[in-house]
Design a protein around this ligand. Sequence first.
Ligand code: FES
Length: 122
Amino acid sequence: MVNLDVAKKWIKTGIDPSAMSPNSIKEIEINSEIVGYAKKNNDNKIIVFQNKCSHMGDPLRISNQKIICPTHGWTYTTDGENVNICELGLRRLDSKTEQNELFIEIPTKPLNLTKGHPSHPL
Ligand code: FES
């Protein structure tokens, strides 16, 4: 039987989840690129999202406790839910914490972007 955890390519983020406040979000920067966002929920669990808009894959930014795509304005909650089109939330990344360090896995499969997506909210 294959140990799926060993088969994953875990990447160090430099983030110590124990230093994050509950209900906070942090950019995950690797090699000078923001690849994702780590959110610490009120129950102290960490969830991680890829920094790619579900519309066309463009990079996002955090503004006023929302995650916003500057390209066409799609907006996501810090839980990764799409405010405009609920079924098109942000892609979650696998993560784990070891010795106060957050590790993530960057998927090798491309993001399944919207094709023939619903009409634009703006
Ligand atoms: S690429 Fe993000 S809203 Fe269009």
